[in-house]
Design a protein around this ligand. Structure first.
Ligand code: SAH
Ligand code: SF4
Ligand code: F3S
Length: 469
């Protein structure tokens, strides 16, 4: 396993532009940053305008049918652009690219390049082939021992928060999930590389780091000395200047006591845990190959709440899995009721080609899936509202990210927010408040804020004081 540093720009490179469209999860957001970083070494600058770009790249997601279809829509939209400017190159990468490879290139004649997530380091060679007039499909996957983690270039992460990959791939093979097929076998980033990366980011002004992986708890398997994820959290949290540490995603079967107990012990470990449960019926969990029972899952929540009573918890739920009866679904409602999550992402089951569950009849009709989805979401909305209410009148610690965005104002249906700044609480809730300093001077600073107003998905408050820097 080797760490590859970003290539220095060659001195004689033509200046070209790239526009990147990113679908899917944080893993893709992160990969898009790495792609831009590798392309910068080839003389490419990022542009917000697809119409003028020399290269347009779509980073895709195939976790459910709907996001997968989105790429075909985007490709159709970009077709006239390509016809207008034949010199423009169009590329698809990410999980759909990995899954369909050459097939996609054959089906979409106006597409030039298709490459999977493991092939990002090969971009220089692939771009050369495009320059020579070729069309390229590259979907080979690396063995975990040979996997090349790309080191983050701190200058490419200009904000106060950053993501750092700790594992790639997934070996769990939940029966519904395509991720192990499109992201390949699990590999852990070596500790020295990780520490160097986080130190570099902190030196560049990053205050909050989120460790990223499909199953971060698997970190350490296959590394010398067989370290555990808890060891990694302890090491990274001790890096001077790192104010907040977060991680996604944890798997309940691998969420060990030692890791959960750290929430009470490491002062900069943010009190927020995303722990996907997927279903509240043991029979369904078993068919999903999740490797835990409802009792085990609730035991994990109890343990982490004992360590850190105020922790915010969120989860993922799938409704309409093959064979899910009304009783199974009601068990999910009962679990959601008991767990009192702060937030939940819920999805209608979508069969994915090649997965174990795709061989079973997709027997919950689509309208019934929609009913169950609405039911579980409205239950959670009520619980989320009562969890949010606890913030009223409280003081929260906010890491300021910048000026309040208009989008929040529109979504929350509230009045004028100009002059306000926005950040997140340790529990991961967006907080807005009026700053006594210009927004560009407070980015990356921590503030204590008293909450005056609780909105559906955010808080609004009054500055109490800035933390000394
Ligand atoms: N690695 C993470 C998340 C993987 S994908 C984990 O293990 O939890 C994010 C979420 O998408 C999953 O948690 C699951 O709830 C949902 N999902 C995955 N495959 C799905 C499918 N075939 N149909 C519906 N939802 C799915
Ligand atoms: Fe998919 Fe399961 Fe791996 Fe998560 S743990 S990525 S749901 S196979
Ligand atoms: Fe989607 Fe791939 Fe992430 S399938 S959820 S973009 S790992």
């Amino acid at each position: 396993m080797i760490g590859t540093s970003p290539t220095d720009p060659p001195s004689e490179v033509p200046s070209r532009t790239v526009h990147v469209i990113t679908h899917g999860c944080q893993m893709n957001v992160h990969d898009s940053r790495r792609i831009v970083q590798v392309l910068a070494g080839l003389g490419y600058r990022e542009t917000p305008d697809p119409a003028g770009a020399d290269l347009v790249l779509i980073n895709t997601c195939s976790v459910r049918a709907r996001p997968e279809n989105k790429v075909l829509g985007t490709l159709a939209r970009l077709r006239p652009l390509k016809e207008f400017r034949p010199g423009m190159r169009l590329a698809v990468c990410g999980c759909v690219a990995q899954q369909h490879g050459q097939d996609l290139l054959d089906r979409v004649p106006w597409l030039d390049l298709v490459f999977g997530p493991d092939r990002i380091p090969d971009l220089p060679r692939m771009i050369r082939e495009l320059d020579e007039g070729g069309r390229v499909a590259a979907t080979g996957m690396d063995d975990p021992e040979d996997y090349r983690f790309l080191e983050v270039d701190p200058s490419s992460e200009p904000g106060p928060t950053a993501f750092v990959t700790v594992t790639k791939g997934c070996n769990r093979f939940c029966s519904y999930c395509i991720v192990p097929f499109v992201r390949g076998r699990e590999a852990s980033k070596p500790l020295d590389l990780l520490v160097r990366e986080v130190r570099g980011l902190v030196a560049a002004g990053v205050r909050e780091v989120t460790l990223l992986g499909q199953n971060v708890n698997a970190w350490g398997r296959g590394l010398p000395g067989d370290p555990r994820f808890a060891d990694l959290l302890e090491t990274v949290s001790a890096i001077p200047g790192l104010r907040r540490l977060r991680f996604v995603t944890s798997h309940p079967a691998d969420a060990e006591d030692r890791m959960l107990d750290l929430f009470g012990r490491l002062p900069n470990l943010a009190p927020y845990l995303h722990l996907p449960v997927q279903a509240g019926s043991d029979a369904v969990l078993q068919r999903m190959h999740r490797g835990y029972t409802v009792a085990h899952y609730l035991g994990r929540l109890e343990r982490v709440r004992r360590a850190c009573p105020d922790i915010a918890l969120s989860t993922d739920v799938i409704v309409g899995f093959p064979g899910e009866t009304r009783e199974d679904f009601e068990a999910t409602l009962a679990l959601v009721q008991e767990a009192r999550f702060d937030g939940m992402f819920s999805f209608a089951y979508s069969p994915r080609p090649g997965t174990a569950a795709a061989r079973w009849p997709d027997d919950v009709p689509a309208p019934e899936k929609a009913v169950r989805l609405a039911e579980v979401q409205s239950l959670q909305d009520a619980i989320s509202a009562s969890r949010m209410a606890r913030y009223r009148g409280r003081e929260v610690e906010v890491l300021v990210e910048g000026p309040s965005r208009d989008a929040t104002r529109v979504r929350e249906g509230i009045g004028d927010r100009r002059g306000e700044v926005q950040g997140r609480s340790g529990t991961n809730v967006p907080v807005h408040f009026r700053s006594d300093l210009p927004a560009d001077q407070v980015r990356g600073r921590m503030a204590r804020v008293r909450v005056d107003e609780v909105l559906a998905h955010s808080l609004r408050g009054t500055l109490v004081q800035w933390e000394e820097t």
